[in-house]
Structures are given as structure tokens and as C-alpha cells.
Design a protein around this ligand. Structure first.
Ligand code: SF4
Ligand code: SF4
Length: 290
């Protein structure tokens, strides 16, 4: 699969939840860009050649007022595609307005199920209503972190989500530099949910692609609310792969792929957008730390 140009934009830090297992520390779950900076982000995106998928996350994008007043109306006018990762706490009238504003630009809508804050029945009912508003081409995915100590309950959660005709996407729990070491009993249940060797479309097991050529930095990058851009999430975590700042004109894309040097690829976006060369459908990715 050729790489499909993709940006992961952390539009804001602020979040209206405080999940006990959040990978982002509270210190970073704060703040949002000013209206003027949002306009500068939009100008930067407008000037990018070609069509990119701009996948937004936070914090929680809908917890930032400018997301609905400025970001979505602005992106809807550009040539790019739009995707969102949200905790799905926004009320249905707000979500309806979002669908109307984003129009035919919406590619993937990922709704994370946080069982510390919502009951699965209410979440699924809301998701069914929301799904009915989307075009058939738009992917709607229910993300679920396999939180240690709760995994035994998640087979029933999965069944409820799938019975409603929704896509369930399990994610192993990540730590700062790896994945959580489940105890033996839960590890079996985790495998039952993710499958033994899932593709990046079936589950996120945060595998290792070390040694493969990857287009991150050239056809994919992550950019935070301050405009700082990095090759990928792992590179950012290690303070590497800095591409410059998209707001001050120092941003530069690489012109070629590089060999991955990391033991974890924590997010399935690069794999699912064709960034990692030689990944077949049933990839041979090794689990991290293997
Ligand atoms: S909703 Fe997401 S960003 Fe917010 S606290 Fe929970 S895991 Fe963290
Ligand atoms: S961690 Fe993932 S996105 Fe980053 S260079 Fe390696 S394969 Fe590419």
C-alpha cells in the first residue's frame, strides 16, 4: 500500500475526563491554541501540497471551544480529509452540528469507550444514533483500552458493541515506553480480545517495526497544540525526529523513508496509512519487548 499522507494533530491539551489510565500526564492535559494560532494552523494546512488526512485528538477535541467554532469550519473549506479521535462525551446536538459542519470531509471517527465515565449501554445507544448520521464511506470505530483489572468484563462489552453493528477496536494498555505487563490470567483474556497476531486494522498491540523502512517524517507526522512537529509519536517521546514548528515557518518534511529504530509503534495510524514498508495484511510484527 503506498503511503497516504496523514497528520496527527493534537489540537488541544485540555480534556473533560481524567481517566486513571491516561497515557498523557495531567501536566500536559492542559491548554489550547488561541484563535489566531488556529488560523495559522489552518493556513499551514492550506499550503500543504496534495490531499492529507488530518486526524485530530487531544486531550479531548470537543472540550476545546475553538474546535467547533474555528477548527472544523476552517478544515471543511480545505482540500484535506478530516478524522477525529474523541472520548465521545460531547452531547448529541453538538455531534449533529459537527456532522453538518464537516460535510463530506469526514474519513474516520474514533470514539473511545471510557468505562470509568460511561455505561456501555448508553454509549452504544448514542453511537448508533451518531452512526446513522454518517455517510456509509465514513468509518466509525469504538476504541477500548484493555484496562488492567477489567479485562474479564470486556468480552461482554465487545459483544454489546458488535451486536449494535459497530466496529470494536481493542487496544492494549501502553506505558511511557512500552506496553503494560498483564498478569498471566489477563494476558490470556487480552489475546482472546485482540487475536493472537492481529493486523493493525483489528487491534492495537503496539508492536515493533524496528528495522523496517517507514515514511513517518515524509508522508506522516504528529504536531502538537503549540505547532511543534515530530516524525512520529515514539520519536517525540524520545525527543527525536523534530521537523520544526508549523507556526513559525521552520517546519520541513523529510523527502524519503527512514529505517525505524524503535521497539514500539504505539498507534496504528502509520501502519494503517501505508507508512511502514513490507507490512502485509497478516504482518509479522513482533510484540514490543519481544
Ligand atoms: S479521555 Fe483520553 S485524554 Fe482524556 S483523560 Fe481519558 S484517556 Fe486521557
Ligand atoms: S515507531 Fe512506527 S511510525 Fe515511528 S518510525 Fe517506527 S514504524 Fe514508523
Amino acid at each position: 500500500m503506498p503511503p497516504r499522507p496523514t497528520i496527527e494533530w493534537q489540537t488541544n491539551g485540555v480534556c473533560n475526563y481524567d481517566c486513571s489510565y491516561c497515557i498523557q500526564s495531567r501536566q500536559y492535559r492542559q491548554g489550547h491554541p488561541s484563535d489566531a494560532d488556529v488560523d495559522r494552523f489552518l493556513s499551514f494546512f492550506a499550503a500543504l501540497p496534495g490531499v492529507w488526512e488530518i486526524k485530530m485528538s487531544g486531550g479531548e477535541p470537543f472540550a476545546f471551544r475553538g474546535f467547533m467554532t474555528r477548527v472544523i469550519p476552517g478544515l471543511a473549506k480545505l482540500q484535506h480529509r478530516v478524522s477525529v479521535l474523541t472520548n465521545f462525551s460531547a452531547p448529541l446536538p453538538v455531534l449533529r452540528r459537527f456532522v453538518d459542519l464537516v460535510g463530506d470531509k469526514l474519513e474516520v471517527f474514533s470514539a473511545s469507550l471510557h468505562l470509568e465515565y460511561v455505561k456501555v449501554g448508553a454509549f452504544v445507544a448514542k453511537a448508533q444514533t451518531f452512526r446513522s448520521w454518517l455517510r456509509p464511506e465514513t468509518a466509525f470505530v469504538v476504541n477500548n483500552v484493555l484496562v488492567p483489572g477489567t479485562v474479564a468484563e470486556l468480552a461482554a462489552v465487545r459483544a454489546q458493541v458488535e451486536a449494535a453493528g459497530l466496529k470494536y477496536f481493542p487496544q492494549v494498555m501502553k506505558t511511557k515506553r512500552g506496553v503494560y505487563a498483564y498478569d498471566a490470567a489477563e494476558a490470556v483474556l487480552v489475546k482472546a480480545l485482540t487475536g493472537e497476531r492481529p493486523t493493525a486494522r483489528e487491534a492495537n498491540i503496539a508492536p515493533s517495526y524496528r528495522g523496517r523502512r517507514c515514511w513517518a517524517g515524509a508522508a506522516y507526522f504528529v504536531v502538537d497544540q503549540f505547532g511543534d512537529a515530530f516524525r512520529c509519536r515514539t520519536a517525540k517521546r524520545y525527543g527525536e525526529g523534530y521537523l520544526g514548528n508549523v507556526l513559525d515557518g521552520t517546519f520541513r518534511l523529510a523527502d524519503r523513508p527512514e529505517v525505524c529504530r524503535y521497539d514500539i509503534c504505539p498507534c496504528t495510524v502509520p501502519a494503517n496509512r501505508g507508512m511502514i514498508e513490507g507490512l502485509d495484511e497478516r504482518h509479522e510484527a513482533k510484540p514490543p519487548n519481544a
